[in-house]
Design a protein around this ligand. Structure first.
Ligand code: GLU
Length: 490
């Protein structure tokens, strides 16, 4: 068997969407799982859709996702050039198109725009398409030569018979047969001399020894035409794997409007590259065992493309957030701190020990931007209602809380050591003396120093970060607030 060679073949038309990254990832995994090569080929024959900077995005994304290519424009492996506009310079596409003309599998077409516009159109999958009427197929050899000699603009079209069927095989969809009459004589070489994507793709996949082609299933309807080209040349077609559609939570095609359609958008929203890659791997593929967290190396080990599903994959941002949170929990603390620090600094202007705060939030956030909501109270106690002191399970009320805080104030004023352990010990001693439950004391203290029902750390952890002066100021303010509340309810 020949060496597995896959390619990611993006058209540089803008951002790298989740669907593009999934194709690249699966191509990469198929190659690496089989010990083969993963290649990058830039498909820029559609000059009108070319977007400046898009190639840089492709390189950046592949690199940060860890999808290292073995061959590509920047890494020659003997199959170059790897950019179609450069490949074209050797005349390769024209040469192959002429071979098809010689075999009667393609023909020159000189129809002008006016004539083409007058042809019947059909609505296929919501799009208006024109079926060419083979008008130029009947031109004699002499007529064609005279036209070419006079410099008349032309395209080269694929010649698909009106009878019979064409069958191709997809690994997921099985054998698919289409009536030839439904297939248009698509353009292979455009009037500007460039090949169409459809043609260049086939010529390149073959001449670059590609064994497996992974692409979105929007290409499924073109696949019979590609198959006819392979057959016309007498080439063996690669293994086709057409991937299921990716939809948003509302089962609509994932689009820019969903806000998380591109890789760079997700990273800008604070997701980790590893988590995004892990999540995308599961958009349509599932491993044998019921497991969800995979490093890239583990994916290489596990990835079996036969386990890709045909049903649409739902991009579930809630699930991705959960997964991102799992990555944060597992992350080495120093690395976590390095990444969390900018977010902490944005929320906190006072001189806190940010490492301690980072350690508190590490297991509680799902993405870095969550940090703001978890740490805001360190900066200042938010407005809160004294009803927050009432907690059924802790058996506390605003009244019991006032009593506890008033009794604790002198004890905490006398306390020198404001380290978490020392403070905890002091509070536990008070609990023991009073003969109450822990929460009866911890709840009011934590509420007093944070003003929040949920905090990333316990009362004494928070006090350690706040320091003695600020902790006492907050407890005094809480006492005053509770006293005022008591008076107004009298
Ligand atoms: N250039 C095509 C695209 O960007 C690639 C499709 C394929 O992989 O064959 O959509």
């Amino acid at each position: 068997m020949s060496k597995v060679r896959t390619r990611y073949a993006p058209s540089p038309t803008g951002k790298m969407h989740v669907g593009n990254l999934r194709s690249a990832l699966y191509e990469f995994l198929i190659a690496k799982h089989a010990g083969g090569d993963f290649m990058l080929r830039i498909e820029d024959t559609d000059q009108e859709r070319f977007v400046e900077g898009a190639i840089d995005i492709i390189y950046r994304t592949l690199e940060s996702a860890g999808l290292k290519h073995d061959e590509g424009p920047d890494k020659d492996g003997g199959f170059g050039p790897y950019i179609q506009s450069e490949r074209m310079k050797s005349g390769i596409y024209m040469e192959y198109a002429r071979k098809l003309v010689e075999r009667g599998e393609a023909y020159y077409c000189f129809c002008d725009k006016e004539r083409l516009d007058s042809l019947k159109t059909e609505i296929v999958e919501g799009k208006e398409i024109m079926m060419y009427d083979k008008h130029c197929l009947s031109l004699s050899k002499e007529e064609v030569e005279a036209n070419l000699a006079s410099g008349k603009p032309f395209v080269i079209r694929q010649n698909i018979p009106n009878e019979g069927t064409t069958t191709f095989h997809d690994e997921l969809y099985g054998d698919i047969s289409v009536e030839n009459a439904e297939l248009d004589d698509m353009v292979l070489i455009k009037s500007d001399g460039y090949p169409t994507y459809n043609f260049a793709n086939v010529v390149d996949d073959h001449t670059m020894n590609i064994t497996h082609v992974v692409r979105g299933n929007e290409y499924l309807s073109s696949a019979p035409k590609y198959q006819r080209l392979y057959d016309a040349f007498g080439w063996e077609s690669p293994v086709y794997i057409h991937l299921p559609l990716i939809t948003d939570e509302n089962h609509k095609k994932l689009s820019k409007r969903s806000g998380h359609a591109s890789f760079e958008d997700l990273i800008a929203q604070g997701f980790l590259t590893e988590a995004v890659v892990n999540y995308i791997a599961l958009l349509g593929w599932s491993p044998e065992e019921n497991r969800e967290i995979f490093t890239l190396d583990e994916l290489i080990e596990e990835f079996d493309y036969h386990r890709i599903s045909k049903s649409p994959a739902v991009f579930d941002i809630v699930k991705l957030k959960w997964m991102n949170g799992e990555y944060l929990k597992a992350m080495d603390f120093d690395k976590f701190y390095e990444m969390a620090e900018p977010y902490l600094r944005e929320s906190l202007t006072k001189d806190f020990d940010l490492k301690k705060i980072a350690a508190m939030v590490k297991t509680r956030i799902e993405i870095f931007p969550d940090i703001a909501d978890h740490v805001d109270f360190f900066e200042a106690v938010p407005e809160y209602d004294i009803s927050m002191y009432a907690h059924k399970k802790m058996k506390t009320t605003p009244e019991t809380s006032l009593e506890v805080l008033e009794e604790l104030l002198p004890i905490l004023e006398a306390q020198e050591d404001y380290a978490n352990d020392a403070l905890y010990e002091t509070l536990c001693k008070y609990v023991a003396d009073k003969g109450c439950k822990n929460g009866y004391v911890m709840w009011p203290v934590r509420t007093a120093v944070s003003g929040k029902q949920m905090t990333p750390g316990g009362a004494t952890e928070i006090m350690e970060v706040l320091g003695k002066e600020e902790s006492l100021a907050r407890i005094r303010a809480a006492v005053a607030k509770l006293q005022a509340g008591k008076e107004s309810s009298l």
